[in-house]
Design a protein around this ligand. Structure first.
Ligand SMILES: Nc1nc2c(ncn2[C@@H]2O[C@H](COP(=O)(O)OP(=O)(O)O)[C@@H](O)[C@H]2O)c(=O)[nH]1
Ligand SMILES: [Mg+2]
Length: 226
């Protein structure tokens, strides 16, 4: 498992860099999924469960981004998936240039699916296009159903909102319908999938979505920035 040190790239050219990543990953037939959430929402746990569910069918790699440590990349490698730990030099998000460097270190060309586990927070990662084909965010039940009201941009840029730790619903006052409605008001096209990475409940809805998204991405008729 490799650890790479990154520096923020020039932000003015970020959108160009991001478009180039999408062109290259599309040509290569690799779906890049940017996974965002608060620290501790369950990104690495969900990725572990996803890798276990998909490893018979797909080759999956993970680009782990953190300010320090390599614990997450080690957890992913222990599951037999390829992983690179990127240190962001204190930055609270990944940009497209950093992602491109991470993809190179991952040698992603033979992978079907690459997850970028972004730095844990609901603010800055939403502001930067990483070049991912899909943006996915996690909101966990203990965080509360009011988070769409507090962090609207994150919910607006996400293609999928995974509501995780549903096994904990009996212990928290989390109103699933209220939360769905708040998300819908911000982003009508976002797909909301409640899951538990711990029990595996409804994980197949998520893995089915991933397989469909990969098939669409590989369809030459589908536009790169669709
Ligand atoms: N009960 C429950 N706990 C979970 C679930 N997913 C993750 N966790 C726990 O949440 C904590 C943070 O998980 P982690 O995957 O490290 O979160 P990350 O910081 O977003 O990568 C750990 O103690 C996990 O065991 C879940 O679906 N249910
Ligand atoms: Mg993690």
């Amino acid at each position: 498992m490799r650890v790479i040190e990154l520096k923020e790239t020039v932000t003015a050219s970020n959108d160009r860099d991001a478009d180039r990543i999408r062109l290259e990953t599309k040509k290569n037939g690799t779906l890049l999924v940017n996974l965002m959430s608060s620290p501790g929402s369950g990104k690495t746990t969900l990725l572990g469960r996803t890798i276990r569910e998909l490893s018979d069918e797909l080759k999956v790699g993970v680009l782990e981004a953190d300010i320090a440590s390599s614990v997450d990349a080690e957890r992913i490698e222990a599951l037999g998936a390829r992983s690179v730990q990127a240190h962001t030099d204190g930055m609270c998000h990944m940009d497209a240039g950093m992602t491109e460097e991470g993809l190179r270190a991952l040698e992603y060309e033979d992978l079907d699916l690459v997850f970028l586990e972004n730095v844990g927070n609901l603010i800055c990662p939403a502001e930067y296009d990483t070049g991912a084909s899909k943006n996915v965010m996690i909101l966990s039940v203990p965080e509360g159903d009011d988070k769409p009201l507090k962090y609207p941009l994150m919910f607006s840029v996400s293609d999928v909102v995974l509501i995780t730790k549903t096994d904990a619903l009996p212990y928290f006052d989390f109103d699933m319908e209220k939360c769905r409605e708040r998300i819908r008001r911000l982003n009508e096209r976002a797909l909301v999938i409640p899951v538990s990475a711990k029990t595996g409940d409804n994980i197949n809805a998520w893995t089915d979505w991933l397989k469909d998204a990969l098939n669409d991405w590989r369809d030459p008729e589908q536009e790169v920035n669709a």
